[in-house]
Design a protein around this ligand. Structure first.
Ligand SMILES: *[C@@H]1O[C@H](CO)[C@@H](O)[C@H](O)[C@H]1NC(C)=O
Ligand SMILES: *[C@@H]1O[C@H](CO)[C@@H](O)[C@H](O)[C@H]1NC(C)=O
Length: 476
């Protein structure tokens, strides 16, 4: 019923109101003083707790601010408080160049603990506000450098590439790169200021346990290791590489079957074997070995050729073992060309291995050993944009200038120019042809044919080779 509020009810309301504590001015001052004293005490306590050096957590340490922002506030000293509060705004990362013609890729939304810590921008009217300015090496040639007057001293100019040096600096005109220009490097080299590599971080079972990570299972059905085609399957379409891997494969092929598919194959059937856009995993897994060598053999340069196929039931063959040292992969899980003195020695090893099932299976024993890949971009295992964002938050970074970024990248990468196939030069004309004369693939096949007696077919192929155009830019 909609009865109007009774008198008694109204009286009760008024009494309740009157019972509310009413503070006299003197009480307000006293309470305020108590609260202020309490806050001061808490502040003093925290100053003591937070002053025990850079390992105390929060943004004082070299660690990223992974704790709540409350924690950040509590570790700052008084006289630096104002600037710290400003720093809690996200760091601004400016894309001066696109990344392979696109501005869309970079993000930190998938970096645990850093999701809101950095933002990306490429609106040039906001260049001055950037904390870091990114230059993607392969796009720099189209875009050029920003006007010098737009640069501020606190900004970090970051030279970034995931390509090997030979593919980073292609078509660079002289003078494009100025000396003493960049502050940081961001490359697959572990010695970069910001590591930017393919794939993840391998950990042994022990390391994973220490970190408290859930252990991976890479267990393999033993039956998947039987009935392998006794050959190395190589899917390649860049037929003239700086590492001269084509020469190495040719040389190896004299001693152990190397089946080349893709654009560098020599029969139409093999050219069509694994069309672009298909994974080819099933095909590759039929073979005892597959070739995972990079088109350029450089320190720390390990692309998806390894990472996307490391779980297949076949053994990857790589170029130089040392290039994989920092990747910390299970050492038995790959076979490297430079494990052997000569292509003949390697051929013999592979021939013996396909005959000895137990020895072959031994290369897969790591799968039962608890090897684990660190969870994506967790602290200590950050990579790429996550690592850049984290590094921008690290405290007390000294100013840094890189005198010659190209020289640095080329020197540190110490890419192979084919030296590991030089051994075969002395005896092998095909090797000489590939390594020394940069012969066309068809010429090499022809020479092989001539050497094995198929003279006419060989000569026809040499003629054909001058007509064919080659696909050299493909990355496989
Ligand atoms: C090499 O292996 C392939 C299978 O991938 C086979 O078709 C080819 O006949 C073999 N070549 C030689 C010379 O045995
Ligand atoms: C970045 O490099 C420039 C140019 O060499 C230099 O003047 C500046 O101090 C450096 N800044 C930082 C933060 O390292």
């Amino acid at each position: 019923m909609n009865n109007p509020p009774t008198f008694a009810y109204r009286q009760r309301r008024i009494r309740q109101h009157e019972e509310m504590p009413r503070l006299r001015p003197s009480q307000v001052y006293r309470n305020g003083a108590i609260v202020a004293a309490g806050l001061l005490l808490i502040y003093i306590l925290y100053s003591f707790l937070a002053s025990d050096g850079p390992t105390s957590g929060g943004i004082r340490s070299a660690q990223p601010p992974k704790h709540s922002s409350k924690h950040l506030f509590l570790t700052i000293d008084k006289n630096r408080m104002d600037t710290r509060f400003e720093q809690l705004a996200p760091k601004r990362i400016f894309l001066w160049t696109p990344i392979f013609r696109s501005y869309d890729g970079p993000t930190v939304t998938d970096c645990p603990g850093l999701e809101n810590r950095c933002i990306f921008d490429h609106d040039r009217s906001r260049l001055a506000a950037a904390d870091a300015v990114l230059f993607h090496g392969p796009d720099l040639v189209d875009v050029g450098l920003p006007p010098p007057e737009s640069r501020t001293r606190k900004q970090r100019y970051v030279f970034m590439t995931m390509e090997a040096p030979a593919n980073t600096f292609v078509h660079y005109p002289a003078g494009l790169l100025q000396p003493n220009y960049f502050n940081w490097t961001m490359t697959p080299l572990f010695s970069s200021d910001v590591l930017f590599k393919y794939g993840g971080f391998w950990l042994t079972a022990k390391e994973a346990e220490l970190k408290g990570f859930k252990m991976d299972s890479h267990a393999l059905d033993p039956s998947s290791l039987t009935d392998k085609i006794p050959a190395v399957f190589a899917l390649i379409s860049n037929c003239a590489t700086p590492s001269k891997r084509e020469a190495a494969l040719r040389a190896l092929n004299r001693h152990f079957n190397v089946t080349i598919a893709g654009a560098c194959a020599t029969t139409p059937e093999l050219k069509e074997r694994c069309p672009k856009g298909t994974t080819c995993d099933e095909e590759i897994s039929k073979y005892a070995f597959f070739f995972a060598g990079e088109n350029t053999a450089c320190t720390d340069y390990v692309s998806e050729k390894y990472w996307s196929r490391k779980e297949l039931s076949t053994i990857p063959i790589v170029l130089r073992r040392a290039d994989y040292a920092n990747v910390n992969l299970p050492s038995q899980s790959v076979i490297a060309l430079d494990d052997f003195e000569s292509p003949a020695a390697m051929g013999k090893y592979l021939r013996d291995l396909v005959k000895d099932k137990a020895a072959y299976a031994e290369h897969f024993s790591w799968r039962r050993g608890g090897w684990t890949i660190a969870p994506w971009n967790t602290e200590g295992y950050r990579n790429g944009y996550c690592r850049l964002c984290e590094r921008l938050w690290e405290e007390d970074q000294p100013e840094k200038v890189i005198p010659d970024v190209r020289g640095w990248y080329e020197r540190e990468s110490s890419c192979d120019d084919g030296s590991f196939v030089k051994n075969c030069l002395v005896f092998d004309f095909v090797c000489v042809c590939v390594w020394w004369l940069q012969c066309h693939e068809n010429v090499i096949v022809a020479l092989d044919e001539i050497a094995s007696g198929g003279r006419t077919a060989g000569i026809a192929q040499i003629r054909q080779s001058s007509i064919d155009s080659e696909q050299r830019d493909d990355d496989e």
